[in-house]
Design a protein around this ligand. Structure first.
Ligand SMILES: C[S@@+](CC[C@H](N)C(=O)[O-])C[C@H]1O[C@@H](n2cnc3c(N)ncnc32)[C@H](O)[C@@H]1O
Length: 264
């Protein structure tokens, strides 16, 4: 028998939906938000946060969105390209620990925190020794595996696919090199590992919406970025659709059109 939702909760959810429905047509607020984001990039705002002590290079609103999705999907494996200081790996591992904890409570079990079937797999072309040491020393490290190499190198892709076979439900985050060519290759390599109903989140698609001079020292720009790669990928991959809910509700969003849900 399905659980009945409390009418007060239904009412609150409907109010939120009604609020959110108006955001995308509020042109002034949308423009303010894009301007804010461009300024935030210039001020390096996204570099200033930590997750359980490790720097995480993300826009805080997207961190909350990822948390919502991990709770909804309840993955056993999270694959992440782009490790940097390891903050997003620690956040994913923490969410997986929370899933295990909640599951144990629901089943009336006592949880051994070191025993888990849920893991995070991170891939980075350059895992700096101080970052690797700090990630390995973190209390969440028993849930984290790291592979050093380019995320689009055939031997790395093969390694990730082999590991993914051992897991039931996979969630994918692409946050490495944000050029069109690289992200398209990552999508071809890793999006197929996304489980039905789960997500492949492509970060920094906002680059397409920002002024051309926002990243003077980076290879990505308007017309050559992760959003253009998503658009191209979706032309031939109807098994994914953009979850517009995240475009609409985040407003200040690093990844508009980047929340791809597997639907087929
Ligand atoms: C934006 S940072 C990742 C941030 C991290 N996900 C977080 O939230 O804290 C991008 C990372 O991508 C890595 N990278 C760049 N090119 C790559 C490639 N070809 N393959 C894998 N990683 C790459 C860089 O070394 C860098 O650590």
């Amino acid at each position: 028998m399905s659980k009945m939702e409390d009418p007060e909760i239904t009412k609150f959810n409907k109010e939120c939906e009604a609020n959110i429905a108006g955001y995308s047509t509020d042109d002034e607020w949308q423009q303010l938000s894009t301007d804010w984001y461009a300024r935030g990039v210039k001020q390096k705002y996204m570099y200033n946060f930590k997750f359980l002590g490790r720097p995480i290079i993300q826009n805080p609103a997207d961190m909350i969105a990822i948390q919502e999705l991990i709770w909804e999907v309840k993955p056993s494996l999270i694959i992440e390209t782009g490790i940097a200081h390891g903050g997003s790996l620690i956040m994913s591992a923490t969410m997986l620990a929370a899933l295990d904890y909640c599951e144990a409570i629901e089943n009336g079990q006592i949880l051994d925190p070191k025993t888990t079937n849920r893991h995070v797999l991170g891939i980075d072309i350059d895992i700096r020794s101080h970052n690797k040491a700090a990630i390995e020393a973190h209390p969440m490290s028993h849930r984290i595996d790291m592979i050093e190499g380019s995320s689009i190198a055939p031997e790395i892709i093969a390694q990730v696919h082999k590991i993914a076979k051992n897991y039931e439900t996979t969630f994918v985050c692409l946050d490495s090199n944000h050029t069109h060519e690289h992200v398209l290759a990552e999508l071809e390599a890793y999006a197929p590992l996304t489980s039905m109903g789960s997500y492949c989140v492509v970060f920094d698609t906002v680059i397409e919406d920002l002024p051309d001079d926002t990243f003077p020292d980076r290879p990505w720009c308007k017309g050559n970025n992760s959003k253009t790669a998503v658009w191209e990928y979706l032309k031939t991959h109807p098994e994914f659709k953009v979850d517009k809910q995240y475009n609409d509700k985040l407003v200040i969003n690093s990844s508009p059109d980047g929340y791809l849900k597997r639907v087929g």
